[in-house]
Design a binder for this molecule. Structure first.
Ligand code: NAD
Length: 467
């Protein structure tokens, strides 16, 4: 019996049967065929294009995302991933030449990308469409079978994904399993050929320990506190706009949102009034009524985020409504480094400002903490910005902007240290879901007997010379 998409909790998930079916199909070799990969990618594009309106509605219901924001940060991101993969696939699947030493001549050496097999993709709720489908694109491009698990917290998007996927994609190879902890736990008990997980580091540890039992490689796309250093020489008008966009898109529920600002007192005096004005420009004097401002995913997160407001002096915002899952875009100053807002990932629309005596102190502050997923530097000085990037480690970085590295398909997206391991996007995603098999092809023409017994000093001498 073929297993269709699994509805949450109503049907008992038989994860062993599911992966068995996928493995069986993988071994038939259908997914390795480039025409299958291309056709599936085109079908995925069709799925998004034909159902755009329904996805926009679902994302609005889950997170109150404005349609334009959903299109730019979710749908169009995946469409671009698909087009990029379709364009470059013929090049990606080609064997990569490597040099062949004299000792192995005549011969040819190369790396042959091959699919890993059956992969599991587990995603988070904050960009429920993009975080599920963006990794699926390279998984398909690399010729794998895949099981994808959307987050149960973005319930409308999850249901829609489960409904549509089997109508467009090859269900023998790709299945969407809805569900929460029980279903994910059942999936994690199985032996996968790769797991790509997006979410918090607590569950990241669960995923990695489950994978370790089977020696399954993992890509962990985690989070953390991404600092934003603003130098006094920055273009404050542009910085204010870009920081406000980076922080308040999706009501701050973005893994690469600037988590907090680091600037000198003089820098803050220039930046904060502009930030305050920008927030009003973007969302009006009462963002509660703005059609362009999102909501928090659920009550629990709203309460958690609202709890940070007391950790500093309010420059603007500060209002919240737990029933409406609303937290206003909020700027906080005079924040203590030991306060919760500076200890935990905020993942919401609160932007604390830490005052430092110098940018060297800002760097030391960043380096005293876990390596962040993203680091932002605003300065007109190329030298200053490059210096900071060279001394502070982070998964990704942007100078004079926030989050924009996401649109460069050639750049790998991933964390470092506690913010994650491995990466995807573009060719990097294809590599993540491929094994590069090292191959040497020898000719039968010349079979020098130097390496064969019986050994003698003469042979050793020649071998030494050949290296
Ligand atoms: P979440 O609660 O949706 O969890 C992520 C996934 O893990 C879900 O599919 C969920 O069903 C599953 N899960 C939850 N508890 C589990 C358990 N006990 N066992 C097995 N599976 C379980 O998402 P979240 O963790 O709240 O996501 C927010 C975090 O994700 C933030 O830290 C954010 O920075 C990070 N994030 C990172 C990226 C990235 O690309 N690096 C993107 C988005 C979010």
């Amino acid at each position: 019996m073929r297993i269709e998409n699994i509805p949450p909790s109503s049907t008992k998930l038989d994860a062993a049967a599911l992966i068995g079916e996928k493995r069986h199909y993988f071994h038939k070799g259908r997914t390795v065929d480039i025409s299958w990969r291309r056709q599936q990618l085109m079908q995925l594009r069709k799925l998004l294009q034909e159902n755009e309106e329904r996805f926009l509605q679902a994302l609005h219901q889950d997170l109150h995302k404005p349609h334009q924001e959903s299109f730019v940060t979710e749908i169009s991101m995946v469409l671009k991933d698909i087009d990029y993969a379709l364009k470059h696939l013929p090049k990606w699947i080609k064997p990569h030449r490597a040099s062949t030493p004299l000792l192995a001549q005549p011969g040819k050496s190369y790396m042959l990308p091959e699919p890993l097999g059956v992969v599991l993709i587990i995603s988070a709720w904050n960009y429920p469409l993009q975080l599920l489908l963006s990794p699926l694109v390279p998984a398909i491009a690399a010729g794998n079978c895949a099981v994808i698990k959307p987050s149960e917290l973005a319930a409308e998007t999850s249901v829609l994904m489960a409904e549509l996927l089997p109508r467009y994609l090859d269900s023998n190879a790709i299945t969407c399993v809805e569900g929460a902890v029980a279903e994910t736990t059942a999936l994690l008990e199985q032996r996968w050929d790769h797991i790509l997980y997006t979410g918090g580091s607590g569950v990241g540890r669960i995923v990695m320990s489950a994978a370790a039992k089977h020696l399954t490689p993992v890509t962990l796309e985690l989070g953390g506190k991404s600092p934003c250093i603003v130098a006094e020489d920055a273009d404050m008008t542009v910085a204010a706009r870009r920081i406000a966009w980076g922080k308040f898109t999706n009501a701050g529920q973005t893994c690469i949102a600037p988590d907090y600002l680091l600037c000198t007192r003089a820098g803050a005096n220039k930046l904060l009034p502009k930030l305050k004005a920008t927030i009003a420009e973007m969302f009006g004097n009462d963002p509660f009524h703005s059609k362009d401002y999102g909501r928090i995913i659920n009550r629990q997160h709203t309460e958690r985020i609202a709890g940070y407001i007391k950790d500093g002096d309010i420059v603007c915002g500060g209002k919240f409504d737990v029933d409406a899952r609303y937290v206003a875009p909020t700027l906080l100053c005079n924040v203590d480094a030991k306060a919760s807002v500076m200890q935990e990932e905020i993942f919401g629309p609160i932007l604390p400002v830490m005052i430092v005596d110098s940018l060297r102190q800002a760097e030391a502050f960043v380096n005293s903490r876990e390596k962040p997923l993203a680091l932002y530097v605003f300065s007109r000085s190329e030298q200053l910005a490059s210096g900071i990037l060279s001394r502070c480690s982070s998964g990704n970085a942007c100078v004079n902007d926030c989050m924009m590295f996401m649109v460069a398909q050639d750049l790998p997206f991933g964390g470092v240290g506690q913010s994650g391991m491995g990466a995807y996007h573009g060719k990097h995603g294809f590599k993540t879901f491929s094994h590069y098999k090292a191959v040497m092809k020898r000719s039968n023409l010349l079979d020098v007997n130097l390496r064969y017994a019986p050994f003698n000093n003469q042979k050793l001498k020649v071998l030494r010379r050949l290296g």
